[in-house]
Design a protein around this ligand. Structure first.
Ligand SMILES: C[S@@+](CC[C@H](N)C(=O)[O-])C[C@H]1O[C@@H](n2cnc3c(N)ncnc32)[C@H](O)[C@@H]1O
Length: 203
């Protein structure tokens, strides 16, 4: 199942559902599900099923999964408001199976106050702030922060792909163990001394 949040077209029926139809063309055997805050039920039929609701409402997101199964692909192309993007991710990501991918479109709103973002690229609470936390979490087993406890996303985000205005997050097991002890053993030199490069792939 593929779930797209944000069906588009607003009130213009004939323009609605372009991306759902594109996904149906790309994945002819898949169930294509859309969620929108506007009623798009006129698109229902064949492999396409729409739901009416807010992307931050856990009830509708859980209902979709109960009725349609867990999605292997999620595309968040809804409000693009960072608070919504983060809330939707927090609800949906734990419900996805390993191997699923979660895409956040138009993540540039992270930098736009008029869309709920912040001018400071390092501001907290934005969509990109979430993404940067996920990137750090990829190396959670290497962190030397005393008392650090890994989060759910630390352990279940396998990869984060960042593109212009688009982020793709892969779900999977991210508990591999650290090579810290081996690395500490073989790393004798300073960072800028090529004579101390080792051949074991350690820093
Ligand atoms: C950018 S359009 C989606 C375009 C579509 N995915 C496409 O590529 O053709 C955004 C859609 O998100 C919907 N939307 C806005 N806020 C929403 C929310 N809080 N929950 C669900 N859908 C929302 C809008 O009604 C609109 O249809």
């Amino acid at each position: 199942m593929l779930l797209e949040i944000g069906i588009g077209g607003y009130t213009r029926k004939r323009r609605s559902g372009a991306s759902l139809k594109m996904w149906r063309w790309f994945f002819p055997k898949a169930r294509i599900v859309g969620l929108d805050i506007e009623d798009k039920s006129f698109l229902d039929g064949g492999h396409i099923q729409t739901y009416l609701g807010d992307q931050t409402d856990p009830e509708i997101l859980r209902r979709i999964i109960d009725e349609e199964g867990a999605p292997l692909v999620v595309i968040d192309d809804g409000s693009h408001i960072p608070e919504h993007v983060r809330a939707t991710f927090a609800i949906l990501f734990p419900l996805l199976p390993d191997g699923a991918i979660y895409c956040i479109e138009d993540i540039q709103t992270s930098y736009w106050p008029a869309r709920g973002g912040a001018v400071d690229p390092k501001a907290s609470g934005t969509s990109m702030d979430l993404v940067k936390d996920l990137v750090d979490g990829l190396n959670h087993e290497e962190l030397l922060v005393e008392g650090y406890e890994s989060s759910y996303t630390d352990r279940h985000v396998k990869a984060v792909h960042c593109y212009h205005n688009l982020v793709v997050i892969e779900k999977g097991d991210n508990v591999e163990g650290s090579n810290r002890d081996t690395a500490a053993h073989t790393f004798h030199g300073s960072n800028d001394d090529p004579a101390h490069d080792d051949d074991e792939g350690t820093p």
